[in-house]
Design a protein around this ligand. Structure first.
Ligand code: 8YV
Length: 317
């Protein structure tokens, strides 16, 4: 009999779905109607779970999967998995470390340029026929230059570093904050986030959200100020979204480029209605190239876990 796999999110690479179906009996949890009943009945025979970074897996669900040998996260964020519990249980939890760095950094810079240059508002202006109705150049306010902006990076892991490389190519002075200074970096370390915001034209969030809920609050946004931009390609809950919505409405920051939100797919109306925001539906890793690389790592992790080997991407074993 094939090993039984529980898949919590759709996988968008057809070849990977075919490979999974050939090797395993795959249960697509998101297609199951009565999930509680199904889990009680089939949970004991599940040997591997594939989940997304944002979805993770609840401890309650893990407790219903006693035969589980591996949790493969199709992403880098593991904040939605109880790693301490998995460690205690000797259960490998794997992530797709390194696979999505470039794409996430690309989108961070894309969102930042889009926010500074009002690219999406400009697109709507042309698309809606407004240009013909208001042809005078003063119909659209002047934008802000991105090149040379002071960029503050929050979280100098793989993605933060890739954002720094890109921003440096645009002539941007870079400062960063993290839990500690990184001696291998030429950039200035600023231990306090409010200080970093005060000295930045743009704050780019690249941090893990395990221990950092709501760190971008009204005080940080005030320090960023009416000429400052916020970009978030990490996790929505790093930001106090109520404070952000107020800052956007009041114009106490200049704009925001956001790929992630506190309660996805719900996005506060104030953020959706404003021309100061450029929004994406959690798409930073969503390219063919990256998703193919990610799912390859997931398939390898599942195979290792089922074979009783320590997956090389394990964070807990
Ligand atoms: C992934 C993410 O694309 O890596 C993460 O932690 O949140 C996303 O970028 C998502 O997990 C896809 O499944």
């Amino acid at each position: 009999m094939k090993p039984q796999i529980l898949q919590l999110n759709p996988i968008l690479i057809p070849a990977a779905n075919e490979e999974l179906a050939a090797l395993y009996e795959v249960h697509k949890y998101f297609e199951i109607e009565d999930q509680a009943v199904w889990l009680a009945q089939h949970g004991p025979s599940i040997q591997a779970v594939i989940t997304g970074g944002h979805t993770g897996i609840s401890r309650a669900m893990l407790e219903q999967l006693p035969a589980l040998k591996v949790v493969a996260v199709n992403g880098v964020g593991t904040d939605a998995v109880d790693l301490a519990y998995c460690r205690e249980r000797g259960l490998p939890v794997t992530a797709t470390l390194g696979a999505l760095t470039e794409d996430v950094a690309d989108l961070a810079i894309g969102l930042l340029i889009a926010a500074c240059r009002n690219i999406c508002a400009g697109d709507r202006f042309v698309r809606d026929g407004q240009w013909e109705r208001f042809p005078q150049p003063s119909a659209i306010p002047l934008a802000r230059r991105f090149s040379g902006m002071r960029v503050g990076i929050v979280g100098m892991g793989r993605v933060g570093r890739a954002v720094a490389t890109r921003a440096a190519a645009f002539g941007c002075p870079i400062r960063y904050t993290d839990l500690q200074r990184m001696n291998d970096l030429p950039h200035e370390f600023v231990s306090d986030l409010v200080d970093l915001a005060r000295d930045s034209d743009a704050l780019v969030l690249c941090a893990a959200a395990d221990k950092a809920e709501g760190i971008v609050n009204a005080e940080v946004l005030d320090a960023l100020g009416p000429r400052g931009f916020l970009v978030n390609v990490a996790r929505g809950r790093l930001v106090n979204e109520v404070d952000l919505a107020q800052a956007i409405e009041a114009g106490s920051i200049a704009g925001a480029g956001l790929d992630v939100f506190v309660d996805e797919p719900r996005v506060p109306l104030a953020l959706r209605q404003s021309d100061r925001t450029t929004l994406q539906a959690h798409r930073a890793s969503a390219t063919w190239e990256t998703r193919a690389a990610m799912i390859r790592m997931v398939l390898d992790s599942v195979a290792d876990g089922l074979a009783g080997k320590r997956p090389s991407m394990s964070l807990t074993t």
